[in-house]
Design a protein around this ligand. Structure first.
Ligand code: ADP
Ligand code: MG
Length: 554
């Protein structure tokens, strides 16, 4: 008899498990989606690895997932014939938290209030560990494709797990069997109709066929055929199908704002099905700025690491399937491939066009989109020279002209005053603070609109973008504003006026008192209520950028 080895969970896993078990989870059904998604990933991984190592799956058994229910034993089993796991892979994958997304999720969860927690969990796929919401013991039996030995991982989710080598006959020929010993109050997951409905709802578009059986001798019923949704005609696909597919591939539970589904023919042949999410993905502000679009070649999943979109569209979720790349293309070769460059260009255009259309025909949806992802898209204004005009057109800003709504640059230009040749902006960390800034007084008095920029990217692009439709961008804090030349009701030509002798005396005093702290002290026409304000010099960095540079230890 072999002795199981006991291993302790990584501290983060214990925390996550504790949370799983104790949270008032609104929707426990998601554990099944997570297990099926892992099973499908394993089948796709085998499909991919078999291209370079045909020996891995010579048996000719097609990929598949089998769900088996047993009411008496109160078990639910999800079995796949995919890539499987070695002993060490089990230790790595099922005892630690490898995904940066899960870490980010836990940080957010720590910060969230009690009421928000359930909702947060609901929005976010929590992977394998979600099994412990419904099971008090989980066994994972696995045999890595191409290997003899098989291993069993078991845990009650309370701090440790066991691993033991098992006899060959006890394991699948290849792949993984996950056995959930269900808690008393989770026994509904042994009911065939209940489980069938959950699978259809959550996992109907998984690209691997799924079968279900609840009686030992019975023939399993096919629940989903594993046909790839993106290969179907648009007219055959309902909104529901699209939304379910989105949830399946993104691991997000929201309703996407829109999708872009098209087939390109001609020089390059590929199909794209991409979604604009209805909520912010958890990795959106990660420093690596990675996208998650999945690349398929002739329906074989290749990688989700191919940078299929520019980084400022990294929130887009979806797939690209092409027949123009060889199946055995290495992941390293992909980045260099000219085919991929062309595809990248093609889908970027389609997505930006779809957003333009949304801005025109569904302004409310677009406003929601901009609220969620505007700060990311603006990175493109700074770094995508070629598409800058299109991105500037899409961009929306808070301005002094309207409160609580945003304006486009076209709106701004249309409202410019006679004699005004620049687009004025002020940047800072929040709207309220900006609105109260004395820098704006002179502009307000003359009815000149000022854009209020609050995203950190806003400190970079305006100084790099020469103009929008011939109008330059100018920070209100930068040098003496051109207020005198612009027509307006209030605000006089104070600067040209003779300053009274008291003012001259005061300026001299201020210059002396401040010394090297400031470059100069001047009389200005830009204030109407406040006595003084700080301005940056005409050509140096603007105030907000100065603050950032100071913060960076400059
Ligand atoms: P994710 O799927 O996002 O990586 P999970 O918590 O769902 O996170 O799974 C963790 C890891 O466990 C997977 O990345 C994979 O390496 C491994 N794993 C889980 N289920 C299976 C399975 N059925 N076959 C092979 N590997 C699996
Ligand atoms: Mg998973």
């Amino acid at each position: 008899e072999r002795q199981p080895e006991q291993h302790a969970f990584e501290a983060d896993v214990s925390r996550l498990l504790h949370m799983m078990v104790h949270s008032v989870y609104s929707d426990k059904d998601v554990f099944l989606r997570e297990l099926i998604s892992n099973a499908a990933d394993a089948c796709e991984k085998l499909r991919y690895d078999s291209i370079s190592q045909p020996g891995l799956s010579t048996d000719g058994i097609p990929p598949g997932i089998l769900v088996t229910l047993n009411e008496e034993a109160r078990t639910l089993v999800v079995e796949d014939n995919g890539i499987g796991m070695t002993r060490n892979e089990m230790i790595d994958a099922l005892g630690t938290i490898a995904r940066s997304g899960t870490k980010a999720f836990m940080e957010r969860l720590d910060a969230a209030k009690a009421g928000e927690k359930a909702e947060l969990i609901g929005q976010f796929g929590v992977g394998f560990y979600s099994s412990f919401m419904v099971a008090d013991k989980v066994d994972v039996i696995s045999r890595r494709a191409g290997q003899e030995e098989a291993w069993k991982w078991s845990s009650d989710g309370k701090g440790s797990y066991d691993i033991v080598a098992i006899d060959s006959v006890e394991a699948p020929t290849r792949g993984t069997r996950v056995v959930l010993h269900l808690m008393e109050d989770a026994k509904r997951y042994t009911d065939k109709w209940t489980v069938e409905k959950i699978i259809r709802d959550q996992s109907g578009h998984v690209p691997v066929p799924i079968r279900l059986v609840d009686k030992e001798a019975a023939e399993p019923a096919q629940i989903s055929d594993g046909a790839a949704l993106w290969t179907k005609q648009k007219s055959e696909i309902s909104k529901r199908d699209y939304d379910d597919f989105y949830r399946g591939i993104s691991g997000q539970y929201d309703e996407p704002l829109t999708n872009v589904h098209f087939r390109a023919e001609g020089r390059h042949e590929y199909t794209t099905l991409a979604f604009i999410p209805g909520s912010q993905p958890f990795d959106l502000f990660d420093p690596d700025r990675k996208g998650r679009m999945k690349l398929y070649v002739k329906r074989v999943f290749i990688t989700d690491d191919a940078e299929l979109l520019p980084r400022y569209l990294r929130f887009v979720r979806g797939i690209v399937d092409t027949s123009d790349l060889p199946l055995n293309i290495s992941r390293e070769m992909i980045q260099e491939s000219p085919v991929l460059t062309a595809i990248r260009k093609g889908i970027t255009s389609r997505i930006l066009n779809a957003l333009e259309k949304m801005a025109d025909s569904e302004p409310e949806t677009f406003a929601k989109f901009w609220g969620l992802f505007g700060a990311i898209v603006k990175e493109g204004i700074y770094e995508d020279f070629e598409r800058r005009p299109q991105l500037l057109k899409l961009a929306r800003f808070h301005t002094t002209a309207v409160e609580g709504a945003t304006r486009s640059l076209a709106d701004y230009v249309a409202g410019m005053k006679e004699g005004q040749s620049s687009i004025y902006y002020i940047s800072g960390s929040n709207l309220e603070q900006l609105n109260a800034s004395p820098q704006l007084e002179g502009f307000r008095a003359k009815g000149i609109e000022v854009m209020l920029l609050t995203d950190s990217v806003d400190s970079f692009w305006p100084t790099n973008v020469p103009d929008f439709e011939g109008k330059s961008f100018k920070s209100v804090t930068q040098g003496l504003a051109d207020l005198n030349e612009i027509a307006g009701e209030a605000g006089s030509d104070e600067e040209k006026q003779e300053a009274s002798s008291e003012v001259v005396a005061f300026i001299d005093f201020a210059r002396g008192a401040l010394g090297q702290e400031v470059a100069d002290v001047r009389v200005s026409g830009r204030l109407t209520e406040s006595a003084v304000c700080l301005v940056a010099s005409e050509h140096g960095p603007d105030r907000q950028l100065e603050k950032i540079l100071q913060g960076a230890g400059r």
